[in-house]
Design a protein around this ligand. Structure first.
Ligand SMILES: [Zn+2]
Length: 295
């Protein structure tokens, strides 16, 4: 009886080994394409291509983990992912990018080294009315409540990649304040500029930069009337200081769809559009995502 059990187990083990070995001989071919060098603050894309339908895939870079959303393209399965860093992060080091792909029941691991190159962002000193820099106590509750709302809206991105590059321009206008500028407001350090400011006369139509779902559309103390869009797979965009909002949370948008009109609501010194892009929790320079600039 005991011998019988052992021999059955033994036969099963041999069969399993044979199946694994057979699979190994035909392991799915996986290609990982990533830039060797990226600048601090600049977004970049990574491509994973598999010859068989993948059962799953994840990308790891520094503290970021991105689920891969594969699409069939010609005779392969391709996933694009966007990654990035923030202007105040340190460069000058190499970080390994790792992809874990499961195909034909087997896990494949690939890695590439990505060098993070230092960028010197400019400094800017601003003078604003004191209650905008250090808000009065009675609006602190509102500010904290709104910060929690934004945090929640940005917490969950759809795993499906809805974004495409290049982005559609939200409007055509000169950059009046670039991304990454280290800001001092009334001599107090206030971090770096987390997007670009675009020149626009009051009431200029603002378009969705890519396909997505509106994550938040509201009137906030600092941002004024603003629209946050979830473009999926960890990518968000934001348009601030609008005079009018044309969408509501949950609305689906296509690139070029009207989301509102420019204004000067919130913490501003004049009418303009603040446009920001957040990638895997990092506010990146939006400009590289547009073909031929924004002006
Ligand atoms: Zn701005």
């Amino acid at each position: 009886m005991l011998n019988n059990k052992i021999s059955k187990k033994f036969i099963l083990a041999v069969m399993m080994l044979f199946i694994i070995a057979a699979n190994g001989a035909f392991a799915a071919e996986v290609i990982l394409t990533a830039p060797g060098r990226v600048e601090v603050g600049k977004p970049f894309t990574v491509m994973v291509s598999v010859e068989d339908p993948p059962e799953g895939g994840v990308l790891f870079w520094r503290e970021t983990k991105v689920p891969l959303d594969f699409r069939k393209e010609a005779d392969r399965y391709v996933a694009l992912a966007m990654l990035g860093t923030e202007a105040d992060e340190a460069g000058g080091a190499s970080f390994s990018l790792e992809a874990e792909i499961t195909a034909r029941g087997q896990k494949r691991e690939l890695s590439r080294e990505v060098m993070l190159v230092t960028v010197e962002y400019p400094e800017q000193h601003l003078s604003l009315s004191e209650n905008m820099v250090t808000p009065p106590k009675d609006v602190l509750d509102r500010i904290n409540r709104e910060a929690a709302m934004v945090k929640e809206a940005l917490a969950g991105s759809s795993p499906e990649r809805m974004w495409e590059v290049p982005f559609h321009p939200p409007l055509k206008g000169a950059v009046t304040s670039p991304y990454g500028t280290k800001r001092t407001m009334n001599k107090t350090a206030k971090g770096f500029h987390k997007g670009v400011d675009l020149r626009a006369v009051l009431g200029t139509p603002v378009a969705a930069p890519s396909r997505g779902v509106v994550a938040l559309a509201d009137d906030l103390y600092f941002a004024g009337k603003c629209v946050y869009i979830d473009h999926g797979n960890g990518v968000f965009s934001v348009m601030m200081h609008l005079s009018e909002i044309s969408v509501k949370a949950g609305d689906k948008v296509e690139p070029g769809d009207l989301v509102g009109k420019t204004g000067q609501t919130g913490r501003v010194t004049g009418p303009h559009l603040h446009f920001g892009v957040r990638v895997q929790g990092k506010w990146v320079n939006p400009l590289p995502l547009f073909e031929g600039g924004l002006s």
